[in-house]
Design a protein around this ligand. Sequence first.
Ligand SMILES: *Cc1c(COP(=O)(O)O)cnc(C)c1O
Length: 411
Amino acid sequence: MITRRKLLRQLSSTPVIGSLFGAGFWSSSLFKSAEVKTKTRNLFEELGVTPVINASVTMTFLSGSLMRPEVMEAINSTSHDFANMHELQDKVGEKIAEMLQVEGAMVTSGAACAMVLGTAAAITGTDPEKIKTIPNLPGPRPEVIMQKSHRYVFDQAITTTGARIVEVEGPEEMEKAFNERTVMALFFNAAGKSSISHEQFVEIAKRHQVPSFIDAAADVPPVENLFKYQKIGFDLITFSGGKMIRGPQSAGLLYGRKDLIEAAKLNHSPHEAPIGRPMKVNKEEIFGMYAALKAYLELDHEKEWQEWLDRIDRIKTQLETVASVQGETNINPGPANAFPSLLLSWDQQKVRITPREVNKLLKDENPSIVTNVRRNEDRQDLLSVGVVLLRPDQVDYVADRIKSILSKAES
Ligand SMILES: *Cc1c(COP(=O)(O)O)cnc(C)c1O
């Protein structure tokens, strides 16, 4: 039997046939008759790693999102040459800034890194001594103002720089919180409630000449949110690269005021000493993040939304063939994860299994299917099936698997 490699070598040494490569040659019947096997290496299998179907939302522990084809193309096509990382970050940053209509931008290793770098920039400016010293600056700790109701797990990225968080409630308390140690004010966009509006927050910070930073990491769709907060006047903005923008999961965007972005770059790799050095982003991911953003901005968002609704319909129709099963489209109001999903309920006298049990059985399958259990106002559990992260070929598969579990429990 002739191997693919041997055949390739033989063919490419023949000038005429060699030049046929790429032009659909491999799918020709001539080639098929050579019975060449093209089994790609399966690293999931090789390492015994369970593949996961994400019928939920983007979660870092589930590897974020699947990178767009444009991102993989960017990664592969740029992996064959070296680049000067300063130049690459500058050029990509310029382009992203132009796309997002801001003065400056950079690619970070995720939104959490953007928070470290943004805070570091607010503390150090371009002072090399301070850049070398944080988080161990002499004297009292720099202060970052936050609303009490905005405190969240990710604010540890702020205190990583040595800063201390000062909690305020309402515009009056915010006014009084500024002093000579205040370096920044942080707004968590997806916080449940705010005692200070976006506009008030920006206005007060500006009056005290302190940069305002908004963390909107998971807040697309809608795509307009990528442009919204600079218009309100925030000095720094971050979005994750690996959530619905579907770039590399270890990339993110930091953008806004140029002087702050330049200071953030000084606090980042490829510089050798600063706080951001362990938060390196590789060359391919920087190119990949640019490609992801460009593809995301150029996407037909209405069409994508309709496709999500169609997926929900498709799954719902299949499942409603099981006695008493009812599906309902649920649109999360956001700002984080603002997209539709399918909520399933059934009469447990007719289908003798709980949503929690279905969720567990799906999770234990191989491939593992991750869904969620939601509780409604009547304190009734519902099975929530996310559709936005499914590959097109997984839609029917997920419907099929849920249907099989529910049918088996039919009494
Ligand atoms: C996901 C998330 C982060 C962290 O983003 P990474 O890109 O994973 O570093 C920070 N803040 C919020 C609100 C998030 O949702």
